[in-house]
Design a protein around this ligand. Structure first.
Ligand code: PYL
Length: 277
């Protein structure tokens, strides 16, 4: 998992409203709407439930330590969605104790390996990688006006790509997998084939084959240039949870409103909604 930097995180809060409007234009759904679509829940019910749901974000100093503005930005996203949220005044164990003592309904926290949310009543745990793969697959489904029987290529067969591929298969998409490490693609294909009773999942041998046939693309790699510019024009649309972004700024301009990428917003929205399920 690529570790975010303050440069990744600090612009998010001031651009949330603009990003929400851009998502609306592209998918006819807001940030919250996409997260609700991902879990198949009624947005009105979620809006009602979140009014009485308090989430405490606990900064964690373990490992490489605090990312400046990370917890604060998670908190701003939660409040933008309509949750009651705050960053605990203390990090780590102290912060967790304060959350419990202040009767929080849920906590969210991240070390260098996992970013999780826990509902303190139901004990439900949501992992950011699972939620991010799910919600970006949901966003792509909306961008495509439904992915049933449409070629959809997942680039990157790590935890986010796995979660996305699983949810794309559930949407009825014709899923292809590509990873520079072919063994990663093969083992994911085996895992999903067992879960979905042998669906037709293609393993692509190279990026050119993976992006042939005008596919929709779910880009979930940690590479900063997983798709060469010359292959961009053939894509019908893309959702890119990969950090850093896997295409050039020029390619992003070519894709324009057929392209969804963020580094935290959709994943946090999905984690928060999952706490209310
Ligand atoms: C959750 C993000 C999404 C992509 N990479 C993940 C990452 O950067 N993880 C590290 C998060 C560390 C947070 C730090 C803090 O400020 O509490 N422990």
């Amino acid at each position: 998992m690529t570790r975010l930097t303050n440069n990744d995180v600090s612009p998010i809060s001031s651009h949330l409203k603009e990003y929400d409007q851009k998502l609306c234009t592209m998918t006819d759904h807001t940030l919250l709407g996409i997260a609700c679509h991902a879990y198949g829940v009624d947005e009105k019910k979620i809006k009602q439930a979140m009014k009485f749901f308090d989430i405490q974000v606990v900064p964690i100093t373990a490992g490489q330590g605090i990312i400046t503005d990370f917890s604060e930005t998670v908190c701003v996203i939660l409040k933008f969605l309509g949750f009651n949220a705050a960053v605990t005044p203390e990090p780590d164990v102290n912060g967790l104790c304060l959350a419990y003592e202040n009767k929080a309904d849920a906590v969210m926290m991240a070390d260098d390996f996992r970013f999780i949310a826990i509902n303190l009543h139901t004990r439900k745990v949501t992992d950011n990688s699972d939620a991010t793969g799910l919600v970006f697959a949901s966003a792509l489904d909306l961008l495509a006006n439904g992915l049933k029987d449409k070629k959809t290529t997942v680039l990157g067969c790590g935890p986010v790509g796995e979660s996305a591929a699983r949810n794309l298969l559930s949407s009825g998409a014709k899923v292809s997998l590509f990873d520079p490490d072919q063994t990663a693609a093969c083992s994911l294909e085996k895992k999903l084939a067992a879960e979905f009773k042998n669906p037709k999942i293609l393993i692509e041998k190279d990026i050119h084959a993976a992006l042939s046939g005008n596919p929709f693309v779910l880009e979930a790699t940690p590479s900063n240039l997983s798709i060469p510019d010359e292959l961009i024009s053939g894509l019908k649309g893309m959702a890119a949870p990969g950090v850093p972004l896997g295409i050039s700024q020029n390619a992003a301009r070519v894709l324009k409103d057929r392209f969804i990428h963020d580094k935290l917003e959709l994943g946090v929205a999905a984690m928060a909604v999952s706490l209310l399920l």
